[in-house]
Ligand binder design. Structure first.
Ligand SMILES: Cc1ncc(COP(=O)(O)O)c(C=O)c1O
Length: 421
């Protein structure tokens, strides 16, 4: 994988987070001697804590190795070639994508196995993909089908190629009531699988599902709902195997975001006896967060035996104003931090390079470019101070940044990361 993708880019006024007026090659960002706490980057600025990334990668690797499951991290979380490279170096089986553009980006990064955790019904994208598969016999791209119509689109794209030498691997997606895509009943599952079997250019590699549309907490009711859904995934795989509708050799069964991958592992590993590789698709585990994932990741369970996930992503801004005794305004807002799954949490303040815990501070509202910070009257937070916030839901913070700063524990900038959303 080309982890240096973008290294040749010259960063400049287009890249939020750089010191104003600065032009620098991405590869040289870590050599500028900048320190975030000393205010030597621009603000707002998004940072990734290197030690937390390293620890989270090792934790997830440990979990997967111990349970004999594979990981295809969802790349939509960050869409960063540097992070993709680190995930592959940490043993990832492949990478997951949601839409054709993400597949194209991953292929550009040099990824050789892409799991598209979605249907592809765009004919242009399917023809492009069929051609890529045809040109590159060892490239592995799997995608989902949940309808006979979707199977036909895939078959048409594959058979349109002049030299029909290879088949495309598909996964049958099962879903749940009030959920998203995925067949809802065993009858439709068989119908779609039979449609795949009718095309010599398609092969059914396995079964997929996503429990994350059920699991927004870890209450017993939610866990039961997830268990019921995973039983459907399991039973569908077994039924297709018994009906001889799955490829011979290695099969795939996949589910698992960053909330319930423990439960997914438990429910689906018995399918290894039917030749299945169990592939988790967690994305948010990599940076974790200070909100949603902090509350619902498997590491909150007393039985969790690995290191806890550590929040790696922070956004730092400046106090613009303290117009009322209990109010401060920051120069970061909805353009800079997630707000779809909760407001950011103030973690630190900094002045003259010294970091202090942001005790007593909270974000109460966000506008495009501002955060409202509730401040105890006696707090000495001053105009010009830095405030670092943790986010709730990393995916929707990443997509607001083309450049993120990689920092060590002292907040020295040791590198720059590109994203391609
Ligand atoms: C289909 C699918 N798989 C995997 C994931 C990754 O889950 P998470 O973001 O909790 O890591 C997502 C996230 O939305 C998803 O939609």
């Amino acid at each position: 994988v080309d982890s240096g993708r973008g290294n040749e880019d010259n960063l400049d006024w287009r890249d939020k987070g750089l010191p104003p007026g600065c032009t620098v090659a991405l590869a040289d960002v870590g050599r500028q001697g900048w320190n975030v706490l000393a205010g030597e980057t621009g603000t707002p600025v998004a940072v990734l804590r290197d030690s937390a990334l390293t620890s989270n990668l090792a934790t997830m690797r440990g979990f997967c190795e111990e349970h004999g499951v594979a990981l295809a991290p969802h790349a939509k979380t960050h869409m960063s070639p540097q992070l993709v490279a680190r995930q592959l170096a940490a043993g990832a089986w492949g990478l997951t994508a949601a839409v054709p553009h993400q597949v194209a980006a991953l292929l550009e990064f040099g990824v050789r196995r892409v799991l598209v955790a979605n249907e592809i019904t765009d004919q242009g994208a399917l023809s492009w993909l069929a051609q890529r598969l045809h040109n590159d016999p060892d490239l592995d791209v799997l995608w989902y089908v949940d309808s006979v119509a979707g199977v036909r689109l895939a078959a048409d794209a594959m058979t349109a190629l002049r030299d029909r030498t290879r088949s495309a691997g598909l996964l049958l997606e099962v879903g749940h009531a009030n959920g998203r895509t995925g067949v809802r009943t065993p009858r439709v599952a068989l119908e779609v699988a039979r449609a795949v079997a009718e095309s010599p250019r398609l092969s059914l590699v396995g079964v997929a599902g996503y429990e994350g549309t059920i699991a927004h907490d870890r209450t017993p009711e939610t866990r039961q709902g997830v268990a019921d859904f995973l039983a459907f995934v399991h039973d569908t795989f077994a039924a297709l195997d018994e009906a001889d509708l799955l490829v011979a050799g290695e099969r795939v069964v996949t589910a698992g975001g960053s909330v319930s991958f423990d439960q997914v592992t438990e429910a689906l590993t018995p399918l290894r006896d039917r030749g299945a590789v169990v592939v988790l698709r967690s994305g948010c585990y990599l940076t974790h967060d200070n909100g949603f994932y902090e509350q619902v990741s498997p590491d909150v369970d007393p039985e969790w035996r690995w290191d806890e996930f550590d929040a790696a992503i922070e956004v730092w801004g400046r106090v613009l104003s303290r117009p009322e005794p209990e109010l401060a305004l920051l120069n970061l807002g909805r353009r800079d931090v997630s707000f779809d799954m909760g407001l950011p949490t103030p973690l630190w303040t900094a002045r003259e390079g010294q970091r202090r815990p942001a005790t007593g501070l909270s974000v109460t509202n966000l506008a495009d470019q501002h955060a409202w910070l509730a401040v105890p009257k006696a707090h000495d937070l001053a105009v010009g101070d830095l405030v670092g916030v943790g986010v709730s839901h990393p995916c929707t913070t990443f997509d607001k940044w083309r450049l993120l700063m990689l920092v060590n524990d002292g907040y020295d900038v040791v590198g720059g990361l590109r994203t391609y959303f």
